[in-house]
Design a protein around this ligand. Sequence first.
Ligand SMILES: [Zn+2]
Length: 300
Amino acid sequence: MAQAVHTLDLNFQNRNDAIAAFLVPYSGGAVLVESGPGSTIEGLKASLAEHKMKVSDVTHVLLTHIHLDHAGAAGWLAQQGAEVYVHPRGAPHMIDPTKLIASATRIYQDRMHTLWGDFLAVPEDQLHIPEDGEKITIGDLEFTAYFTPGHAEHHIAYSFGDLVFTGDVGGVRMPSCEYVRLPLVPPELHLGKWQASIELLLEKNFKHVAPTHFSIFDNAEKHLLSALKAVETTSAWLEEIMPTEPSIDELGAKFTTWMYEQAKVNGVSEHDLKTYEIANPLHMSATGMARYWTKFRQTV
Ligand SMILES: [Zn+2]
């Protein structure tokens, strides 16, 4: 089944292997899993052209979640005629992205547009909201939506035969690496839910796993077990660090040191390390972890 799925490299920030969308051609055109951000529309067009496809061939877009790097171009694709699938909790922000854009602008400030481009609304009548476990039939293709919170409350992993598109719940992994790093971003990070989501995917015995950062890997079980271990070790690390009440900057510095050590142990090259950082900036993780700790783990 995996051979019918193509990884499109969106060339985010002129970098290979940072952000993917996945192309699944069928008799009626093509399905995209993820739209990529609004800033990589030219990259998307170029990647589609490599598969002799045009934007107008894209009939459906399945979004794993609404973060800018996964869903930013969905409104633009809807303008070109595509139907868009999103989790019920993500749907209001696709119909009216004002709040989402405002909160991202607070984080990225004057880099917002360069990094992410435009985030256009998806017209309500082109938006589809699957239920957990729902089968999505598009032509002769069939996907299943699995609600998989943890990275974000509104996260969906989609199965397609023996492959699973894991969005961010399966972590971040560069094509030539075995190392899986977690995008621990605010505001909805929840390690307990993340663990349960990976366990759910493990139960399904998928053969292939397709994380948006980046590409398609065989041995889904091994990959998902690495992601699960990363969730567990992060939780244990927080239990050790957080009682010392670090400031956000201290937490960020300690976490960065820890992540660099892990990358080194796993033999990640300097080049790949830079791509991990572009796909998953570590400075976001301190805020994500601190918020999670205060909300869900801190005992007064
Ligand atoms: Zn994300």
